[in-house]
Design a protein around this ligand. Structure first.
Ligand code: SF4
Ligand code: SF4
Length: 356
């Protein structure tokens, strides 16, 4: 009986806290000045405590992509903070899968003026999180080398999530490959034995001997979802398990990952509303932007900044268009993040262009 009473009190307290939270507000700073000076202007509002060893989390852009953030916009910030660009290797095949070619591509895309640190190049670490999908998140081990992180995100559409902004940049962008696998519905690769040429490459990569050939079989009891076989298979027999992922579940997984990481590392957020297309920067050739650039936002609140970006897009563009409807489909990210206590849906919007 006592346990039931205590549980009821805790539930009531939780409801009260949630209600109180919904009344809180955070501050989001904005400028329409899309330049290195604009970045510095918004950063100065949120970055007073950013010191020590600083990592700037960016997306270097997939090979062939034309919409990623222009690295020159970040040069002054990088130089001021003496920061490194940080990223993680991706799940799918391509240059960004392997550390050496990932760094090479980053340099080709203009990010070579600062140190480039692939966070999972030397392994990964686990962090506890209390979510309904995850009890731990797996991130690149180099994260522990940083005192502060500046999360610089290109806010645009994303095929599955609706939109990709700071939440996705933290979650998918800082997760090591097993974490990326876990967020994408399954911890086991998709595979089609018919296309296997028995080259044995996956066998050499698999750390737990989960694969046998002729016929190709993955032992589900052994597979740890590291994804190594996907990156090494020359015939695309081993594939990322994209299919079958429910959008809302995917977004909840993203949010839980972002929570696990942001609860443990100090972060401020800068979102750029530029080159706003329906596709993410992971696309080899992204769709052309469907609307005018809007500006740059900064906040210490990941929920508020994402909400502000979505609101600005809805104000600036017809929200009945396919593209904006798609971006609005990602609202569940911010609503779930607010529920998990990651920030506020209410925000005070300060337009720095009007504060001269
Ligand atoms: S995902 Fe990793 S553990 Fe699973 S079969 Fe592939 S290489 Fe082996
Ligand atoms: S790497 Fe691909 S093609 Fe080669 S044995 Fe493994 S599944 Fe078959």
């Amino acid at each position: 009986m006592r346990v039931i009473v205590i549980s009821l009190i805790l539930i009531m307290l939780l409801i009260a806290c949630t209600a109180a939270d919904s009344g809180k507000s955070s501050t989001v700073y904005f400028t329409s000045d899309i330049s290195a000076e604009g970045i510095m202007k918004v950063f100065e509002q949120v970055g007073a405590d950013v010191e020590g060893k600083v990592g700037i989390k960016v997306h270097f852009g997939e090979e062939g992509n034309q919409n990623f953030i222009d690295p020159e916009l970040l040069r002054a910030l990088v130089e001021k903070l003496e920061a490194s660009f940080i990223e993680t290797n991706v799940l799918y095949r391509g240059k960004r899968r392997i550390t050496e070619t990932h760094i090479q591509l980053a340099k080709e895309h203009g990010f070579g003026y600062a140190p480039i640190d692939i966070l999972d190049s030397e392994g990964e670490k686990e962090i506890a999180v209390s979510g309904k999908h995850f009890k731990k998140v797996t991130v690149g081990s180099h994260l522990d080398n940083y005192d502060n992180l500046v999360i610089v995100s290109h806010f645009k559409g994303h095929g599955l999530a609706g939109f990709g902004g700071a939440i996705k940049n933290v979650a998918m962008g800082m997760a090591a490959i097993p974490g990326k696998m876990a967020m994408h519905a399954s911890s086991v690769p998709d595979y089609s034995p018919a296309s296997c040429i028995s080259c044995g490459a996956c066998l050499n990569e698999c750390p737990v001997n989960a694969i046998t050939l002729n016929p190709l079989v993955i032992d589900l009891d052994k597979c740890i979802g590291c994804g190594k076989c996907i990156g090494t298979c020359p015939t695309y027999t081993m594939r990322v398990p994209w299919g079958g992922t429910d959008k809302n579940v995917f977004n909840e997984r993203l949010v839980e990952y972002a929570k696990g990481i942001s609860d443990n590392y100090k972060m401020v957020y800068i979102n750029l509303l530029v080159n706003i297309s329906k596709d993410c920067d992971c696309s080899g050739r992204a769709a052309a932007p469907f609307m005018e650039d809007i500006g740059i936002l900064a906040s210490t609140d990941i929920v508020a900044i994402e909400k502000a970006c979505l609101d600005l897009i809805n104000e600036a563009h017809d929200h009945e268009t396919t593209e904006v409807r798609k971006l609005n489909g990602g609202k569940d990210q911010i609503e779930y993040a607010q529920k998990l206590g990651m920030g506020n849906l209410n925000y005070k919007f300060i337009d720095l262009d009007k504060e001269k």
